[in-house]
Every structure is written in structure tokens, then in C-alpha cells.
Design a protein around this ligand. Structure first.
Ligand SMILES: NC(=O)C1=CN([C@@H]2O[C@H](COP(=O)(O)OP(=O)(O)OC[C@H]3O[C@@H](n4cnc5c(N)ncnc54)[C@H](OP(=O)(O)O)[C@@H]3O)[C@@H](O)[C@H]2O)C=CC1
Ligand SMILES: N[C@@H](CC(=O)OP(=O)(O)O)C(=O)O
Length: 337
């Protein structure tokens, strides 16, 4: 299998190399792409060095079977025709195509079969925060239809990419050394020792685009009319997103019933014992594959309400791992070039 990673130098691109290896994905040949900023850089995969190629409009994708693309929405839009024109399947991590009717939006634990209907050769990987949430919602939806979701997110700096991670580290150093000015480039405000209730751009309805993604993408992935009200918050955590989730279902689901459903669901680990201070936290979840769930209890504010807390590594399950799992599903079902 000939595989490409577009955006190889980035946070998600680097994770792709780790995950492809961990998952024993059948990579016979690997081609890395980037902009002029990283073209020429060398990365090692399975003990072999690969030089990043400049992404251009040419026939470089002619013999490539799958391209894992994590280079932002504008690059995805511009290069999708070049990547797919000879039959290469493009699994894209950006928001560019997610809501297009002829592009499936796939989380393998939830709607894997949608991946088999990709008329444009493009499969979209959902928003990271949404991926983590729907993995936990799916087993509950099987028990009773989820009507409403309220969610507050606690999103790590790495959700904004590698340079944003550097910025958080730099801010801590600047504060430690009593700098007069704190560097703020990627976030709207200083993130160190702060939380910022603002991710992506504000919309006329007062929600941000990140919050609207959680509304629209959850409905598309789950084939559901569920209503979602999200508040997405950036927190000074380096990696892994956390979410406090409240759901209202058609019939009541008890915490014990929910716990049993979570325990038998793919991609989920129940980590929940308030008597021993056991609940998921980013530092514990970093670099792990599953979504972790804890603090499972009744929602006292609604009749059929349940509330719980999830944490997942958003660079891994929220991006690279989810995309590689889509690739694995395609391989199992006869990759259609
Ligand atoms: N970080 C995360 O947690 C998540 C990110 N995503 C999505 O994944 C994508 C990448 O994010 P992330 O890795 O965090 O970002 P980074 O900023 O860390 O990396 C961006 C990558 O995109 C590449 N790139 C940018 N412009 C071009 C271009 N014109 N041609 C080729 N490559 C280009 C960069 O290459 P170069 O260095 O050469 O410019 C770099 O490798 C985004 O769409 C993001 O929304 C999705 C889910 C989670
Ligand atoms: N959700 C990411 C941003 C991102 O990459 O989102 P999307 O892939 O939906 O554009 C964050 O924490 O900042």
C-alpha cells in the first residue's frame, strides 16, 4: 500500500507516523508532503528516513492509495482535486468538507459504513472534540434516543497546532522570568494561568464555529436530530481535551445502566471511582487510544438526564488514530481506488 501524509511536519502529521506504526498499517511506501516551510525536512518512519516533498499541483498522487491529509482547510480545498484525480482516497482532517452531502463524516465506532459511500474519493475526519463525544454517546443512543446535549469543553493548547503548544510553554517561561510582555500570537489572550471561552470565530448567533461544529457534526455522524448546545473553552493544558456532558434521553437511563453500556462499547474505557479519586484527566490520558469516561451520575436538572465527564487525546483519537481506523475499515472492505 502506498500512503501519503500531507502536513507531515504538524502536530497531527507527526502523530500519523506514530499511529500508522502502532497500528501495523500496511505501508509499503510512504510519501510525506508539506509547504515550502517543511519541504526538505527529514522524518523517520519504521527506521527509514523520508524527505518531505513540496505539495504541488502535479501527478505526485498517481500511484498513492491513501492520503492522510492534515494541512488545514484552505490547503484541503485547493489540493483535493490534485490528490483525488487519479483515484487516491483522501482522508481529510480539516473542516473543509465535513458538512458536504457527498462527503462522509466518519467515526469508526459510530458510523463506519458511511465510509463506503465516498463518491468524491474524500472522507472527512470530524472535529476532534466531536469525535471524542460521539464515541461516548453511541452506546447511550442504543439504549434510548438522545434528545438534547449540553457540553462544556476544556480544550488543550495542542488543538491549535504545534506552534500553539510552543506558545503556551513560552508564556510560562516568560512569566517565570518576569517578562514585561507575554507573547500572544495563536490565542486571543494569554493562556498560561488562564482559561479562554473562545475557540474559532464567533458566529452571528453568539456561538463560535467550534461550538457549531459540535452541533452540526454530531447530527451528521449520528444520523440524529439531537440538539447540541456547546461552550468550548481553551485551557492551559498541553494535550488531551476534556468535556463535561449532560444529556436528556427519551426514557431515563440510570447511571448503572450507562456504566454497563460504556463498559461494553468499543473505544471507551470507564475510569470512575469517586471514593478513590479516580476519574479521567488529561495527564493520565495523553498518548492513549481510547476515550476515558468517569463521573457518571444522574443529571439533577432534568427528568431523563444523565451527566458524565470524558477525556481523550485529541491529536490521537480526535485526529490521527480516527483517520487511520477509517483507513483500516476501508482495507477490510476492499479499498475502492
Ligand atoms: N491539533 C489537533 O488537535 C487537531 C487538528 N486537526 C486539524 O488537522 C489539521 C492540521 O492541524 P495541526 O497538525 O494541529 O496543525 P500544525 O499547525 O501543527 O501543522 C499544520 C501542517 O499543515 C501543513 N501545511 C500548511 N499549509 C500547507 C500547504 N500549503 N501545503 C502543504 N502543507 C501545508 C504544515 O506544513 P509546513 O510546516 O510545511 O507549512 C504543517 O505540517 C488542521 O486542519 C486542523 O484543524 C483536527 C483535529 C485535531
Ligand atoms: N478543535 C481544535 C481545532 C481544530 O483543529 O478543529 P477543526 O479540525 O474542527 O478545524 C482545537 O482544539 O482547537
Amino acid at each position: 500500500m502506498k500512503v501519503a501524509i500531507v502536513g507531515a511536519s504538524g502536530a497531527v502529521g507527526q502523530e500519523f507516523m506514530k499511529v500508522l506504526d502502532e497500528q501495523n498499517f500496511p505501508v509499503d511506501e510512504l510519501v510525506l508532503f508539506g509547504s515550502e516551510r517543511s519541504a526538505g525536512r527529514i522524518f523517520t518512519f519504521r527506521g527509514k528516513d523520508y524527505v518531505v516533498q513540496l505539495l504541488r499541483h502535479n501527478d505526485d498522487f498517481k500511484d498513492i492509495d491513501i492520503a492522510f491529509v492534515s494541512a488545514g482547510a484552505n490547503t484541503a480545498k485547493e489540493f483535493a482535486p490534485t490528490i483525488t484525480k487519479h483515484g487516491c482516497i483522501m482522508i481529510d482532517n480539516s473542516s473543509q468538507f465535513r458538512l458536504d452531502d457527498d462527503v462522509p463524516l466518519v467515526v469508526p465506532e459510530v458510523n463506519p459504513e458511511d465510509a463506503l459511500n465516498a463518491p468524491r474519493g474524500i472522507i472527512a475526519n470530524p472535529n476532534c472534540t466531536t469525535i471524542l463525544m460521539v464515541v461516548a454517546l453511541k452506546p447511550l443512543e442504543r439504549l434510548s434516543h438522545i434528545k438534547n446535549i449540553q457540553v462544556a469543553t476544556y480544550q488543550a493548547a495542542s488543538g491549535a497546532g504545534l506552534e500553539a503548544m510552543d506558545e503556551l510553554a513560552l508564556q510560562h517561561a516568560e512569566i517565570a522570568f518576569n517578562h514585561d510582555e507575554i507573547t500572544v500570537r495563536h490565542f486571543q489572550h494569554q493562556l498560561a494561568y488562564n482559561v479562554i471561552p473562545h475557540i474559532d470565530v464567533f458566529q452571528p448567533n453568539g456561538y463560535t464555529r467550534e461550538e457549531e461544529k459540535m452541533y452540526n457534526e454530531t447530527r451528521k455522524i449520528m444520523h440524529s436530530d439531537v440538539r447540541v448546545s456547546a461552550t468550548c473553552v481553551r485551557v492551559p493544558v498541553m494535550r488531551s481535551h476534556s468535556e463535561a456532558i449532560w444529556i436528556e434521553t427519551e426514557r431515563p437511563i440510570s447511571p448503572d445502566e450507562a456504566r454497563r453500556a460504556f463498559m461494553s462499547a468499543p473505544g471507551l474505557v470507564v475510569y470512575d471511582n469517586p471514593y478513590t479519586n479516580k476519574y479521567p484527566m488529561p495527564l493520565f490520558v495523553n498518548h492513549k487510544d481510547p476515550v476515558y469516561v468517569g463521573r457518571i451520575r444522574e443529571d439533577l436538572s432534568s427528568d431523563n438526564g444523565l451527566t458524565f465527564w470524558i477525556v481523550g487525546d485529541q491529536i490521537k483519537k480526535g485526529a490521527a488514530l480516527n483517520a487511520v481506523q477509517i483507513g483500516q475499515y476501508l482495507l477490510q472492505h476492499g479499498l475502492n481506488r
